[in-house]
Design a binder for this molecule. Structure first.
Ligand code: PLP
Length: 381
């Protein structure tokens, strides 16, 4: 089995989730049907919805199941913008592509889209947000709670205060925050948050948008009126049941964070011992306990990743691959890093299943990779 350190990309299923899936394989009814099989499914759906609601401290009616974190983000953006007379969105240049690329399309459709400046850690400028909101009527602010590439957290509580002062709606992409920190939706001050269950030991293709009770918005998918008319389509029953169980494990995952944080410290120290020139992104900002984004000058993340993969260690690169060519990470260049440095960006992200042995194996493979690439400084005897 490889050492899997790409948990911000996706996680394996938790054992408890696998067990619940096994037990639910015969729940086949359509929860909208009035007969016994339908009602069995309805009970399971209601139970899972309560489990998700509990994980973020809301009532069941506030949970809208969707097909991905991407869909949840797009639903929030388009759903809120459609009911607002102003055509202005404020977001940041380091958002996940589900927000960033949607914002770019909205720009083409005639919306005024403002990207807030970020500092070299990727933290947005709150003064700029306040100024932008004072300058023109705005429909929506959309900011991520924690960055998927760097783990850097945004000051969402302060963002919420500023949005409240200006009476502007706020959507938070909390996909990377769930199960890493307590999410208390009622005190966050947001109108909606996106969460996605494959990041927390649940299945892929199942996510949710959590909404304030009284919000007005349009839905992306119209049809049979499921999810209180907010997202039509027969529910992904197995996915939702499994996601409910993944949410029941959230508290346990949060309690495991100090252990993962100390593993990460050990790993980062090891990286710096092997490659003293390495830059750990966001080191001075609040960061999630599980994510390390590191750039080693004069390396190609793609080559490092392949070499690590051959050694049985799965990590990820920040840059994207387009037409067979690596494109520097938009997130890192927005933070002021050169394209060359951004192409060196690696992401290592941990989760509950990682151990001290995994970190040892990672460091051995990293040491071998850097020696092979002649990046490692040879010891002076
Ligand atoms: N937002 C963030 C911060 C993410 O990290 C991701 C997934 O990587 C998403 C949104 C999209 O979630 P999904 O993969 O469920 O579409």
């Amino acid at each position: 089995m490889s050492v899997y350190l790409d948990n911000n990309g996706t996680t394996p299923l938790k054992e408890e989730v696998k067990e619940v899936i096994r037990q639910s394989l015969d729940v086949f009814g359509n929860p909208s049907s009035a007969h016994a099989e339908g009602q069995k499914a309805r009970l399971a759906l209601d139970h899972a919805r309560r489990q998700v609601a509990q994980a973020v401290n809301v009532r069941s009616e506030q949970v809208v199941f969707t097909g991905s974190g991407t869909e949840s983000n797009v639903m929030a953006l388009r759903g809120f913008l459609n009911v607002c007379p102003h055509k202005r969105l404020i977001t940041s240049p380091t958002e996940h592509s589900s927000v960033y690329n949607t914002a770019e399309v909205l720009k083409d459709e005639g919306f005024d889209v403002v990207y807030l400046p970020v500092d070299e850690d990727g933290v947005i400028c709150l003064e700029a947000l306040d100024k932008e909101l004072s300058s023109k009527p705005t429909s929506l602010v959309s900011i991520m709670a924690a960055n998927n590439e760097t783990g850097v957290k945004q000051p969402i509580q302060k963002v919420a205060e500023i949005c409240k002062k200006h009476g502007v709606k706020l959507h938070i992409d909390a996909v990377q925050l769930l199960a890493k920190e307590v999410i208390d939706f009622p005190t966050m001050g947001a109108d909606s948050i996106a969460i996605s269950f494959h990041k927390i030991g649940g299945p892929k293709g199942c996510a949710a948008l959590i909404l304030k009770n009284e919000v007005q918005m349009t839905s992306l998918i119209t049809g049979g009126g499921q999810e209180r008319k907010r997202r039509s389509g027969t529910e992904n029953m197995l996915g939702i049941i499994a996601s409910g169980e993944a949410c029941a494990q959230v508290q346990k995952s949060i309690e495991d964070m100090p252990r993962l944080n100390s593993l990460r410290e050990k790993m980062e120290q090891g990286i710096l011992n092997i490659t003293p020139d390495a830059v750990i992104v966001g080191q001075n900002a609040p960061r999630m306990d599980v994510t390390t984004c590191v750039m080693v000058p004069n390396t190609s993340a793609e080559m490092v990743l392949l070499s690590m993969d051959m050694a049985g260690v799965c990590i990820s690169q920040g840059s994207a691959c387009s037409s067979g060519r690596s494109v520097p990470s938009r997130v890192l260049t927005a933070q002021g890093f050169s394209e060359e440095m951004a192409l060196a960006g690696l992401r290592i992200s941990m989760a509950w299943h990682n151990t001290a042995e995994d970190v040892e194996k990672f460091l051995t493979a990293y040491d071998q990779t850097m020696s092979r690439m002649k990046i490692k400084k040879e010891k002076v005897s």
